[in-house]
Design a protein around this ligand. Structure first.
Ligand code: SF4
Length: 161
């Protein structure tokens, strides 16, 4: 602290506006309660007491209007794709997407033989983090959320366009 040492009361921190805003965003990732197949069971497990996602500031919401994170957990069929796009559009910005599991990443085990399954959710909405696995374990999803938090911390909010 140099010249400021011992001249300020306790509990004062210095930071940049960007860092403060990013810290606020990464510490309150409210994810939409949304699962379409077996990966959803792992998502529920991650949110439950054993893995306790709440400690990262990530709590689930029952509506897209209160969510800033969509975790796509499960297979997305072409029939479902429009609904996913609509849900994403209803989320307020800034908003983020994690593709959880092989189905959300690429179509997974249905990639080759199914005419009904979307070959990756990034074909319809932007994805920030991909979590591999079939299904990914809760530890993997937590790592994905931590990666997203790292990416959020790198963002520049106060940049002239
Ligand atoms: S990636 Fe595997 S576990 Fe997840 S929804 Fe697809 S088939 Fe189920």
């Amino acid at each position: 602290m140099g010249v400021l040492e011992d001249r300020l009361p306790e509990n004062i921190l210095f930071t940049t506006v960007d860092k403060f805003l990013n810290w606020s965003k990464k510490s309150s990732l409210w994810y939409m309660l949304f699962a379409t197949a077996c990966c959803g069971i792992e998502l529920m497990q991650t949110g439950a007491s054993r893995y306790d996602l709440d400690r990262f500031g990530a709590v689930f919401r029952a509506t897209p209007r209160q969510s800033d994170l969509m975790i796509v957990a499960g297979t997305i069929t072409h029939k479902m794709a429009d609904r996913v796009k609509k849900l994403y559009a209803q989320m307020p910005s800034p908003k983020y997407v994690i593709a959880m599991g092989s189905c959300a990443n690429t179509g997974g085990p249905f990639y080759k033989d199914s005419y009904a399954v979307l070959k990756g959710v990034d074909r319809i909405i932007p994805v920030d983090v991909y979590v591999p696995g079939c299904p990914p374990k809760p530890e993997a999803l937590i790592e994905g959320i931590m990666k997203l938090q790292e990416r959020i911390m790198e963002k520049k909010t106060l940049v002239k366009k």
